[in-house]
Design a protein around this ligand. Structure first.
Ligand code: BGC
Ligand code: ZN
Ligand code: ZN
Length: 362
């Protein structure tokens, strides 16, 4: 059967023959892959930029794919919650042995002793079939979502980020005087799928949102912003005067250190900066003045990665809600879709001209 893999230490992903799974036993579930998404993490692995990427122990190749949507084909005798025909989103990160991992919070793992499907130490979902454990599968109850459910995995990271924002903001009064968030300004940098989904999430909770991006691929980001009631500015945030960026929350999805530095200066009292982007390039000069301001203003900066099973569940609920409210709007995020054979070249490309590219497996 087909799969898409990489050989760590060698650039480029390729289509290859992978072992078909056996019959599922006990808590195992046999799954047919319907769709997988492609993101910056995949391209980072393919280009040798993520030093934590590694194959399964004793294996040579790593099957890619951590953003998946699959259909249950068969179940082991101990599986209770799933039956053939059900749709599921598989969880990326699998627990190690630390206290966080033991309570299902491997997204907050303390020692790095976890594996991630399609990223580190575990084969991913870019293959026609795979076996997984019931525990790591999140059921898609809303059949109307269709392929949009492939956005669950990236969105779950943001659902966690929003929860962390809520937690750190509890140190002071975090709402406007009427208890809502209408007066709170959120600036989000980068109009990839992450920036767009972050905008939708904060709008849903009643914040004022401005999405800023150098590019507006196919006009998708500006159109979505218009529809949901967010502002969109097409400009490099570096070039914008910091006074025009003043906000309560600043979200960086680009991983550019210069932007993160600018965000720090743009925050109001009790402001929060959310670090989500990762690139290995660039650096900033943090001045004593910047530090003093951050201290005097009670600024919080936090990085956040991955999400727990509960965040996948909530991400699915957001997607259903947005489909209900905005109709086919979310579909615009999926700008490219193709079969595996025709997707490899794009996977090896730089992703320019696409927002979310997905691969259709059956
Ligand atoms: C995934 C996370 C994962 C991270 C690793 C992201 O693309 O969504 O689940 O922990 O990559 O850097
Ligand atoms: Zn991803
Ligand atoms: Zn752990």
């Amino acid at each position: 059967m087909k799969g898409i893999a990489v050989k760590i230490g060698q650039k480029g992903a390729f289509l290859t023959e992978v072992m078909p799974p056996d019959k599922p036993v006990n808590e195992q579930v046999l799954l047919k892959t319907l769709y997988t998404g492609i993101c910056g993490t995949d391209r980072g692995i393919i280009n040798g930029l993520l030093n934590f990427a590694r194959p399964e122990a004793d294996k040579d190749l790593l099957v890619l794919g951590h953003e998946g949507l699959a259909q249950v084909m068969d179940t082991g005798e101990k599986v209770k919650s799933l039956k053939p025909g059900d749709l599921v989103v598989p969880i990326v990160r699998r627990p190690g042995k630390c206290i966080q991992c033991k309570i299902g919070r491997q997204d907050n793992c303390e020692d790095g002793d976890f594996v991630e499907a399609g990223i580190r130490g575990k084969d991913g979902f870019m293959r026609e079939y795979f076996i997984d454990e019931e525990e790591y599968l999140v059921k898609v109850k809303d059949k109307n979502l269709g392929k949009l459910a492939v956005l669950t995995e990236p969105l779950k990271n943001l659902v966690k980020a929003y929860e962390v924002y809520q937690t750190v903001s509890n140190r002071s009064v975090k709402t406007c005087s009427d208890g809502s968030y209408w007066c709170k300004k959120v600036t989000i940098i980068g109009a990839g799928p992450i920036g767009i989904l972050f905008s939708m999430l904060f709008i849903t909770h009643g914040f004022q949102v401005t999405l800023i991006s150098r590019s507006d691929k196919e006009g998708v980001a500006s159109n979505i912003c218009k529809r949901i009631g967010a502002d969109f500015i097409q400009e490099d945030a570096i070039k914008i005067d910091v006074k025009s960026l003043i906000s309560d929350i600043f979200v960086d999805t680009t991983g550019r250190p210069e932007i993160v530095g600018k965000g720090l200066q743009a925050l109001k009292y009790n402001g929060v900066e959310i670090l989500f982007g990762t690139t290995l390039a660039g650096n900033i000069n943090i001045t004593g003045e910047m530090l003093t301001e951050a201290v005097e203003k009670n600024i919080t900066v936090f990085g956040t990665v991955d999400g727990a099973k509960q965040h996948y569940v909530e991400a699915l609920n957001y997607l259903s809600m947005w489909k209900e409210i905005y109709g086919n709007l979310l579909e615009e995020i999926i700008t490219d879709e193709d079969v595996p054979e025709k997707s490899v070249e794009a996977l090896n490309g730089d992703g320019k001209g696409e927002i979310k590219r997905i691969i259709r497996w059956s």
